[in-house]
Design a protein around this ligand. Structure first.
Ligand SMILES: [Zn+2]
Length: 251
């Protein structure tokens, strides 16, 4: 029975992965980071039922998560433009993240599924465009404020990153990261927020140095920090108790 529920969660995750891709596309157009495709016919709305490139209406089999991308070999059927590999990857990642959820549903696990959708969206958007969209972070802040209310660590985390933002004159961290830190503190509370920051800064440093060694980056290259903060949040949320307990054993 549980396996059946996990399989259903996987499928729901796949479909919400498609939703995340569509949301990223629409947000990029709203932020004027992408051009709206020109079409002869007036489009009723901007959902993914229309080709990103030529605006042609898609048939159902061009819109099945992962499968369509594989069958069409990563190209649109109508105009043979390359479809980014990030589409099926996001769908797969969402399917896996959803299927790993515990199947004894309670309010907290359902809230967390909603947060995963927003966090994956923010992570992918920040990787691609170096922006953490405000609307996504604001929804996360409201959810965390209502259900987790760790006010002190929220305030502390936000102020800490604000100090870094001001101290680095905005070169290291953006205001998007500061707002995300407020959410992280509200959600995680003390001491898990410290663990989340620790993971984010260490992982960020390792990736930064690796990129420099591989000559894919230099000191001036901007690397988005949001994905590290979000990764740290998820690890601390899932394994925080375990990690903190093990660390205490060694101290
Ligand atoms: Zn097309």
């Amino acid at each position: 029975m549980n396996i059946f529920i996990n399989a259903m969660l996987f499928l729901i995750g796949l479909c919400l992965g498609s939703f995340v891709n569509m949301l990223g596309y629409r947000t990029a157009i709203n932020y004027k980071l992408l051009k709206r495709p020109k079409t002869k016919t007036q489009r009723p709305n901007d959902n993914r039922s229309y080709c990103d490139f030529c605006g042609k209406q898609l048939s159902w089999y061009e819109n099945v998560p992962i499968v369509s991308w594989l069958v069409l070999r990563g190209k649109t059927k109508c105009c043979h433009k390359k479809l980014p590999a990030e589409y099926p990857l996001v769908e797969l990642a969402m399917g896996i993240l959803f299927s790993l959820q515990s199947t004894n549903f309670n309010l907290q696990s359902i809230i967390f599924l909603v947060m995963i959708v927003l966090l994956v969206f923010s992570l992918v958007f920040d990787l691609k465009y170096m922006i953490l969209p405000d609307f996504s972070t604001y929804i996360l802040i409201v959810i965390a404020a209502i259900f987790f209310h760790n006010w002190l660590s929220g305030l502390g985390a936000g102020l800490f990153l604000l100090a870094l933002h001001v101290g680095t004159k905005g070169r290291g961290l953006g205001m998007g990261d500061v707002k995300l830190a407020l959410f992280m503190g509200l959600l995680l509370g003390w001491p898990k927020i410290i663990l989340a920051f620790y993971i984010a800064f260490v992982a960020g440093a390792i990736v930064g140095v690796t990129l420099m060694v591989l000559k894919k980056a230099n000191r001036k290259t901007m690397v988005p920090f949001g994905p590290f903060l979000i990764g740290g949040t998820l690890v601390s949320w899932w394994f925080g108790d375990l990690i903190i307990k093990s660390v205490k054993l060694f101290l």
